[in-house]
Design a protein around this ligand. Sequence first.
Ligand code: ASP
Length: 584
Amino acid sequence: MFRTKTCGELRLADAGKKVTLAGWVQRSRKMGGMTFIDLRDRYGITQLVFNQDVNAELCDQANKLGREYVIQISGEVAERSNKNIHIATGEVEILVDTLNILNEANTPPFTIEDNTDGGDDIRMKYRYLDLRRNSVRANLELRHKMTIETRSYLDKLNFLEVETPVLIGSTPEGARDFVVPSRMNPGEFYALPQSPQLFKQLLMVSGFDRYFQIVKCFRDEDLRADRQPEFTQIDCEMSFVQQEDVLNTFEGLAKHLFKTIKGIEMNEPFPRMTWHDAMKYYGSDKPDLRFGMKFVELKEAVIGHNFSVFDEAEYVGGICASGCASYTRKQLDELTDFVKRPQIGAKGLIYIRMNEDGTVKSSVDKYFNEEDLKNIAAKFEAKVGDLILILSGPKRKTQKALCELRLEMGERLGLRDKQVFAPLWVIDFPLFEWDEEVQRFFAMHHPFTSPKPEDIHLLDSDTGNVRANAYDMVINGVELGGGSIRIHDSQLQRKMFELLGFTPEKAQAQFGFLMGAFQYGAPPHGGLAFGLDRFVSLFAGLDSIRDCIAFPKNNSGRDVMIDAPSKIDQSQLDELNLIIDIKE
Ligand code: ASP
């Protein structure tokens, strides 16, 4: 046997036992005639001791071991005189009598420690070394536990895990497809699934009734901290359900994960908020409810003071930051610069201070007297010591900017504690979203989402206001998952494609199989998908989903370790009947 114990296993009760361990040299220290080595494996660290006086040759050998050498040792477990209470094995050490070097190692390009000196790029290039670090490994362990618990929860509810293909045609989820050329069908391409959406619906038509899959999805989008070109969904679908059934089932899954993984009992039902209210009060379809600071709309209250910034704005709204009246000029300037950043795009920031001495002062005192300001402050129920921050401009854009400002203030005030979890369901999304640029409607969720039955009559007359049976689960401002009740009627599905600008021919060519399937007895059905990477990141308190993915891509979509994507050989291109002609 290579080893009789792991490096995380030995305790004081094992003192006196003969053991064999194998692992990596984490670090070594020489103190007088003694050499101490921390031996590391996946399970922990055990201290090894070599004594010059007992075995000089062995000790010399130990002194030559470099960081990350792979070694095997045998020896006796002994009580440590200098105990380390920070690690589970800290009460013992091994008095080594045999040492076997299994493999040497180059000096790693960064330290394999929790607080490594390695920057992002170098860690990604040597990801196999990065994965040796406790913190990264712990994220993958957490991920494993979450998938096991998910499978066990869904299995108990009769969900069946079914694999769906990866080489498929397009599944429109609003992103660009990754495509794969087909050698056997020259000039034709597969698309990688943006999700298994159509397959899971077809499984419902097949009578599978309750499906799930922990599955890779691919979307060619610009990357952000919570996006990777390939990511993993917990994808689910159910037949004979209404929205309420789906919400209850998956709220149950979320609560199960909170309980089994985080030890948090969530006994209350998750609050529900309509999309309309989420936008009105938080300027976002994924509000962070760990703190208040709800928006107050002010247009009515502020017009007519000859202040054109307000008078001419489509929207005026603000938030009230508790206890911030004492903000200095510099702090207010910082906030103004923050909202003026190009990605936020506000023109400026107006404030009202509720001073400790009872006076109310603002950056628009020229237009609003103290009485006016007090009336505005009353709308926020502002108290002495509070600071009101106001933005104005085009409605959606300003709400978005105010949302960013609210999050920034929440951050500054320490209200976004990663140990606090504030879940909710956002419901009643609009079915369509108007795109100014191309002057047409897009499906806000995807084209298979069902309108609310009571809004179907508005499909032609008031398309933009039709609400969908669609929902998102949001926790701490992160969209963890979302789904919808689907259309299961081929006529309605055809109508939906028409409203989305598909010609009947194009709809038939792309989705004929689905509408065909709907003519062979499609049950009412609906479902949702969780983003597993986001779920794990939320539980681990990570800032980027990258840290819970074993081999992630960087922000340019590259795997810098294997250097992909890359050019391919001419012979491969020939086989695929492809000629590369890159446009400038
Ligand atoms: N396929 C959808 C998505 O990836 C989820 C769903 O509607 O079930 O967002």
